[in-house]
Design a binder for this molecule. Sequence first.
Ligand code: AMP
Length: 441
Amino acid sequence: MGRPRKIRPEQDLTDIKRDPIQTLSGMKDVLPEDQKYWDFVVRKIHNLCQCYGFKRIDTPILEESSLFERGTGKYTDIVEKEMYILKDKSGQTIALRPEATPGIARAYIEHGMKNRSQPVKLYWIGPMFRHSRPQKGRLREFHQFNFEAIGSKSPGQDAEIILLSWNIYKGLGIKNLSIQINSIGCLDCRAKYIATLKDYYKGNKTKLCSDCKRRLEKNPLRLLDCKEEKCARLANKAPQIIDTLCENCHDHFKSVLEFLDELNLPYILNPRLVRGLDYYTRTVFEIWPEEEKAQASLGGGGRYDRLVEELGGDPTPAVGFAGGIERIISKIKEQKITVPEKEKPHIFLAQLGELAKKKAMKLFEELLKGGIPIGASFGKDSMKSQLKLADRMGISYTLIIGQKEALEETVIIRDMETGNQEIVSGDKIIQEIQKRLKSFK
Ligand code: AMP
């Protein structure tokens, strides 16, 4: 930070050079040149989620912070270290959502969705906020897509969620991915496993990082996915939860894997995969780029059979997935995947004079409503500069409305290649354009 500047009493404040304000650390603008990636990814997510029968839901960015404490878990990194918490003017403690599932489960309960046909399949796309240390692939504001099937305990439902997530990445053309999968059992078998795990670590406590020493008391499963080398070495030799699963959890997991085998999905059994959140039960999985480690995971999900009940609803089994959009876009760029350009308009609308501008704006609206992509620049007044812009955009036909045309309710159609112009009556213009656009289809 620079030294504070002294302001002389006679000095006009506007004389002082203002320091430019920048985005907050870990937050990013999405510039026009990057929008095509976002359109490509988001369109794929919408299309596939709808194909699989998921309906879109949007939930607020701000929620009561207790929703995440009860849902995600008080001793998870997300809630303990990363949640943006603030007090609003009424003194209520609220949080910028750090993840979507608790909000979706809250909405399921709040809107009585248990009375709808089960499972209720919902999908969601939006921004997320976590105050972690910004680094490659880790932002403080990032975007996720989620899909959740609430109200089914069937292993087939787990498989459908895994299949849909896989198909989204594959559909975008991303290569070299793997599905990492594990089961963390139900409350009963997990309690037994945690006791075994604590036993194993008892003699090794001094070899753990300071976070893991704390986790051993509060959230021992997280010892298994610590990225510190010394902890990872210990975790690799730790007893595996799969050996402690009760019969029901074992059968459920076996059945999920049979579905994946049948679907030819390339999964890898990963006994160290636990996912960081309290609400998971049984199946947990992540999608990883093969050449990288868990830090670069593109998405993850699993079953959460206790969350709805935990938030005050009836016991309701559920399974879901969350993927990060920024990481997908990095992969698309890294793997040089061709992304379709936005459909370019073939028509441009130019105007000259006040009355013509008004008429042109109205026509512009009508054409857009009629689904005809069209360009215009109502901020430019000179015909020359508008035609120059149309030329740069590679436009095929420019519609011109000047003072005379505005009064006579006509439009000039100019063929940009030949320079030929034709006058058309205003009420025939849409028909005329559609006729010309047919040649581009
Ligand atoms: P999580 O909710 O932590 O399981 O994250 C699901 C996915 O969201 C991850 O696999 C990432 O693709 C993405 N993600 C999570 N945290 C961040 C972050 N801080 N910055 C960017 N993407 C993230």
